[in-house]
Design a protein around this ligand. Structure first.
Ligand code: AMP
Ligand code: GLY
Length: 421
């Protein structure tokens, strides 16, 4: 079976690593991929936004399955185009990808399907939004519609910071076209919950916890994610059952009823509140870095699961996990998530990767001859498994300490929530 993987991050390297272990795989292509992905896949240059060119490549090379890593091509309708061209694709069509592409779409769907989420109101005008905040005299989370690379949400924690959040979000590019959502501030622990959905059947995979803030102790600005671990003790079997029955299954049913069935992996960002799990957001893809901790724990063949999702056959498969904990420490360029320099050399990956249980997934790296250089914000994902989360954490930081990269930094406390319990 020939597979084309789309994307270039740590998530896609973890997917490539797991796909490469599949007995069904005969050839893996990646567009554009990265040097780590290039160890098991043929890297190709393709303009992903040119859906016709992607379909033409698939036809010429007899691709059996396209796996789309990031959200942007899905929101832009790549899956629609490939499906129309008769090419099998893992990832939802544009109508269902609105779950990530439009905050207001998802909030309305939650309202209709009675899915637990923060109460909300929509605004087209900053003055009206501010009046609302002042009248309620409570903090609000302010969310722009559309994709903003994780930067479209500003969390107000007081009335005055919520008023500032309204101004900040209304100043974002493209905000004039769609309503801005103001929603109540939820409190609790956050968890990322992943399910495969084939239109009808929902197959729960696992949960993970991300570390969104850039510095230790959850300080500093939000990032794409500085590290993750799985499984998550906070997400008890009871909470997982509730998230499945109260949130994910009703969502899949609502989309199927609307004739826009969801096919792919559905990532529910949850707040575990005192009243139970509530939906913060949906993503229509695997999390990054959450995928990096799920793949090493997955015992079953990934390709079989992705195909079952595409074929509407999830009721015929099951999923098993290794009895291991996994942790990923993200190494980023100094300055991230703000400005940073690219082009510094990274050494020592072989030594670090030789530690038991350790796998290093690349994100923003590039090769210059034999040298490996940093070329992005998030650069490396040092992933380790262990019999316990503590063992996994110890191994991951042992590996981090063997990596010789002066321009890099990482958080030193990944896993603290679970380990501090
Ligand atoms: P989102 O892009 O919707 O995931 O929001 C980014 C981050 O903002 C989330 O991971 C949460 O940490 C935070 N957040 C979003 N919505 C809420 C909410 N209603 N209450 C508290 N925190 C929130
Ligand atoms: N780790 C957060 C995300 O993938 O959106």
């Amino acid at each position: 079976m020939k597979v084309l993987l789309i994307g270039s991050g740590g998530r896609e390297h973890a997917l490539a690593w797991k796909l490469a272990a599949s007995p069904l795989l005969t050839k893996l292509y990646a567009a554009p991929g990265n040097p780590g992905i290039g160890e098991t896949a043929e890297l190709i240059e393709l303009k992903i936004a040119d859906h016709k060119a992607v379909a033409a490549f698939c036809k010429e090379n007899q691709i059996d399955l396209v796996v789309v890593g990031p959200e942007a091509p899905l929101v832009a309708g790549l899956a629609d185009h490939l499906d129309h061209a008769g090419i099998k694709v893992f990832g939802p069509k544009a109508a269902a990808a609105r779950l990530e592409g439009s905050k207001s779409f998802t909030k309305e769907l939650c309202l209709e399907a009675k899915i637990p989420t923060a109460n909300f109101e929509k605004f087209h005008d900053p003055a009206a939004a501010k009046e609302y905040v002042q009248k309620r005299d409570r903090p609000f989370v302010v969310k722009a519609d559309g994709l903003h690379a994780g930067k479209g949400v500003v969390v107000g924690t007081t009335v005055s910071s919520s008023l500032a959040a309204v101004d900040e979000v209304f100043a974002m590019p493209g905000v004039a076209q769609a309503p801005v959502v103001l929603e109540e501030l939820l409190t609790g622990e956050e968890a990322s919950f992943f399910c495969l959905v084939d239109g009808e059947t929902v197959l729960p995979l696992a949960s993970a916890q991300d570390h969104k803030r850039v510095f230790d102790g959850d300080k500093g600005p939000n990032t794409g994610g500085m590290g993750a671990f799985s499984p998550t003790p906070a997400m008890t079997p009871e909470l997982e059952h509730r998230a499945l029955e109260e949130i994910v299954r009703p969502t899949a049913r609502a989309l199927a009823r609307a004739n826009t069935p969801y096919r792919g992996v559905l990532y529910a960002g949850l707040m575990l509140t005192a009243e139970g799990p509530k939906l913060i957001e949906y993503n229509v893809r695997f999390g990054d870095p959450e995928c990096q901790v799920l793949m090493p724990r997955l015992k079953d063949d990934l390709l079989t699961l992705l195909l079952a999702t595409c074929d509407g056959a999830l009721d015929q498969v099951s999923v098993r996990w290794h009895d291991l904990a996994a942790i990923t420490v993200v190494m980023a360029s100094k300055g991230y998530p703000g400005d940073y320099q690219s082009g510094s050399e990274i050494k020592g990956l072989e030594r670090a990767g030789a530690i038991e249980g350790v796998t290093i997934f690349h994100a923003g790296t590039r090769r210059d001859g034999a040298r490996l250089l940093a070329s992005g914000g998030r650069v490396l994902n040092v992933t380790a498994t262990g019999k316990t989360l503590k063992e996994a954490q110890t191994r991951a930081y042992q590996a981090v300490d063997l990596i010789d990269w002066a321009q890099g930094f990482c958080r030193r406390d990944i896993g603290w929530r679970a380990l501090g319990r």
